[in-house]
Design a protein around this ligand. Structure first.
Ligand code: SAH
Length: 470
């Protein structure tokens, strides 16, 4: 390490950027964002630079001139960002003579400091540098960290900052660090990061009181939607929470690829059951989830698709709330949306469908579906758990007046290896699916949008083109 990483305070200080192009404008914008006053020195301004000056209203000003050393008289920091190596060199020399920190864009030799790639979650800021060797690599790392660090990390830091003195007054010095460790890896953190500061505050207050009386603290449950199977379709928050879970309870529909993204040390417990599982199986899951959390563990309850769509997530939420266990719900991409995307079916499209219904194909015991509404034109219906009931679904729709030639599609294993799409009409789809030996998990999509032949063909060729690129 031959550069000292520091965060320099430039608030209300004079800084100079030499150059009027897009690069100079970017540097000036960064300085202005940190509260500096910026003088852009250039005979001419690019459009980007002119727009910046009008946007920043006085914080960035333009000095229309060719660079001269006396322009640095009041400067605390200098950036040379012209496209002339000669001008940049003379800026660096003038700054050097005044012992001013200077950066010449893309020029290692002329610079006394570099601007790092930045992940900004103010007040938390991550700066990544490669000491000028590989700025593109630093930028790639920045992108990876962008994806990894929660969007509300800054809010969490502010939340903690506002409570530091309360902790200092309440806990002995030796207790503070473990306390904050618990806060940042536990429910308070999850609640604040999901945007619920009120809940975070309530839990924080309870945790602080419990720490004082040394009661063991309770864990928490993350009710996470695992998406349709392809792990790249996990949300960033799902990934973050899977990385900090102690134990993972997962269903049959959760793919190996998704489980592979979870924290390596986390214990994985399969609690899958077959569709329509009996009450006791579900109750056993509730008991397991609650007892693990009561031991202080962070439990990820991982469910296929979205946890609140045909996933019995509601029952689990109710149990957790009743038992006073903090929980966070993370939505997932539900299979219906993934299947539509896989098949290029626009679930709503102005001329074809104005509404969409997600329905269960398991209506045998409890048929609360409004078949007349589902049979109407300009409506798309997506049936989950449809494989074993396909004939009955078709019969009901026909009986309610849907035409036999209404387009229909079955999507099997959407986003998973072996994904298949079968297209036909309402009248034919069930026998075609049987002939093709379609098996669960699969969805049945019915409605004029399911044909959308034009969209489909264009989509298919795009998909093939992309496969060619990969
Ligand atoms: N909570 C889940 C649905 C659970 S019900 C979600 O939001 O997606 C289970 C049904 O979902 C299956 O019977 C099947 O109809 C559908 N399903 C789940 N994953 C699927 C996939 N990858 N491809 C097609 N259908 C899927």
């Amino acid at each position: 390490m031959d550069h000292l990483p520091i965060f320099l305070r430039v608030q209300d200080r004079e800084t100079v950027v030499v150059g009027g192009g897009a690069v100079a404008a970017r540097k000036a914008e960064l300085l202005a964002r940190c509260g500096a006053r910026v003088t852009l020195i250039a005979p001419e301004l690019s459009r980007a630079a002119a727009e910046l000056i009008s946007k920043e209203q006085g914080r960035v000003r333009h000095l229309q001139a060719a660079f001269e050393p006396q322009h640095l008289a009041d400067a605390a920091l200098v950036i040379a960002a012209t496209d002339s190596p000669h001008v940049n060199a003379s800026v660096a020399a003038a700054a050097g003579a005044r012992h001013l920190p200077v950066n010449a864009v893309d020029d290692l030799r002329l610079s006394s400091f570099f601007l790092p790639a930045v992940v900004d979650r103010s007040p938390v800021v991550v700066a990544i540098g490669s000491q000028g060797t590989a700025p593109v690599l630093a930028r790639r790392l920045r992108e990876q960290l962008e994806a990894l660090l929660p969007a509300r990390l800054g809010a969490l830091a502010r939340f903690a900052g506002l409570r530091r003195s309360a902790v200092q007054q309440t806990l002995r010095p030796s207790e503070r660090r473990p306390f904050w460790e618990r806060i940042f890896s536990g429910p308070v953190s999850a609640q604040v990061l999901s945007g619920d500061e009120a809940a975070g505050d309530a839990t924080f207050t309870r945790e602080l009181a419990a720490s004082r009386s040394r009661r063991p603290t309770v864990g928490e449950v993350y009710l996470i939607g695992a998406g349709p199977g392809d792990p790249d379709l996990l949300t960033l928050r799902a990934l973050q929470l899977l990385q900090q879970a102690d134990v993972i309870l997962y269903d049959r529909l959760v793919s190996q690829g998704v489980l592979d993204r979870a924290r390596r040390e986390a214990e994985r417990i399969f609690v899958g059951k077959n569709s329509g599982a009996c009450r006791t199986a579900q109750e056993r899951i509730h008991e397991l989830m609650v007892s693990l959390a009561e031991r202080g563990l962070r439990v990820a309850r991982l469910k296929g698709g979205d946890p609140l769509i045909f996933g019995r997530g509601g029952e689990e939420i109710r149990v957790l709330a009743r038992r006073g266990i903090p929980f966070t719900v993370v939505p997932g991409i539900t299979a219906g949306l993934a299947a539509a995307a896989a098949a290029g079916i626009p679930l709503t499209q102005r001329e074809l469908a104005q509404s969409v219904t997600f329905a269960t194909g398991h209506f045998a015991d409890d048929d609360g579906l409004d078949w007349d509404a589902l049979a109407r034109p300009r409506h798309t219906t997506v049936f989950y758990m449809a494989v074993s009931q396909m004939e009955q679904i078709v019969d009901r729709l026909l009986a309610a007046g849907a035409p036999r030639d209404r387009p229909a599609a079955v999507v099997e294993r959407a986003t998973l290896p072996g994904e298949r799409v079968v297209r036909s009409s309402l009248g034919e789809i069930a026998s075609l699916a049987r002939a093709e030996r379609i098996a669960a998990p699969a969805l049945l999509i019915i409605g004029d949008a399911a044909a959308a032949e034009g969209a489909h063909t264009a989509f298919q060729s795009l998909k093939e083109a992309l496969r060619g690129v990969a």
